[in-house]
Design a protein around this ligand. Structure first.
Ligand SMILES: [Zn+2]
Length: 272
């Protein structure tokens, strides 16, 4: 990638209604800002057709997931798992499974057990189909780690802990389990010093960059109309990551994109 910066957004939701109206223009801006590739996540089986069609059209990678903060899926975890299994059986296989995992809000709403059943089932499917995972563990990292650790075929596990917000000690637990840590728009907040210190302490192979667009808008993005994270914000995330790590932007962007490509791009696919 000599001379040209190329970013790989490892976690975004480009099929969300908040981006739908002007997605082509948003993607054009993102590509002009250096976006080379993205893993487009889904949160519910109803989204799979739209995410797969968008990825085929835009030559991006799709992730099929099951993750619902409102807990609707959690009221019928088995049915959600069966729908994902059916999609995998129908094929073609996606680039990854996700978004999936557990959030603090599941635990607070009494949905922790149901979220754990869905997460555990999807992790087992990832092992079975040899697919990487995009994991959500915000506010519930010890439980997410416990679910991953319980997997009998643990050596086959790999993926990203997206929007990582844990300690360096927790980061090392996930690295040992075969995961990278994903960092996004939180890096744009100068007050997020604890997360910056974790990113600074990581090795070049340990992290990837993401936007989570349209979610998790930075303070600046909240003043936009509509208030949302945009795919082009991957360039701002990479600039912030490089400044935090004290490295040239080229090195940070290249390390993160290489880590992402190793995880999410099939060896025969073009690498960024
Ligand atoms: Zn997400």
């Amino acid at each position: 990638m000599a001379g040209k910066l190329e970013y790989f957004d490892t976690h975004c939701h480009l099929a969300e209604p908040a981006l739908a109206a002007d997605l082509a223009a948003s993607l054009q801006r993102a590509r002009a800002a250096g976006l080379a590739h993205a893993l487009v996540c889904s949160t519910h089986p109803a989204q799979y057709p739209a995410v797969c069609a968008l990825c085929a059209r835009e030559r991006l990678s799709a992730a099929l997931g099951a993750f619902d903060l409102a807990g609707d899926f959690a009221r019928a975890p088995e049915a959600t798992l069966a729908e994902l299994e059916a999609a995998l059986d129908r094929g073609p296989l996606p680039a990854a499974l996700g978004e999936v995992g557990i959030d603090r809000r599941h635990l607070e709403a009494g949905l922790g057990r149901a979220a754990e059943i869905v997460f555990e089932g999807v992790v087992a499917m990832a092992v079975q189909h040899d697919l990487p995972l995009s994991v959500h563990g915000r506010g519930a990292l010890p439980l997410a780690a416990a679910v991953l650790r319980r997997q009998p075929a643990r050596s086959a596990l790999r993926g990203v802990i997206h929007a990582f917000n844990g300690s360096l000690e927790q980061a090392r637990i996930f690295l040992a389990l075969g995961f990278k840590l994903g960092f996004g728009t939180v890096l744009l907040n100068p007050a997020a010093r604890r997360i910056a210190a974790v990113l600074r302490a990581l090795g070049p192979d340990d992290y990837v960059l993401e936007t989570d667009a349209p979610f998790m808008p930075s303070a600046a993005a909240r003043s936009r109309s509509p208030a949302r994270t945009e795919p082009a914000d991957i360039a701002l995330v990479a600039q912030a990551a490089a400044a935090i790590r004290g490295e040239p932007l080229e090195k940070t962007a290249c390390d993160a994109a290489k880590n992402a490509a190793r995880l999410f791009l099939h060896p025969s696919a073009a690498s960024p």
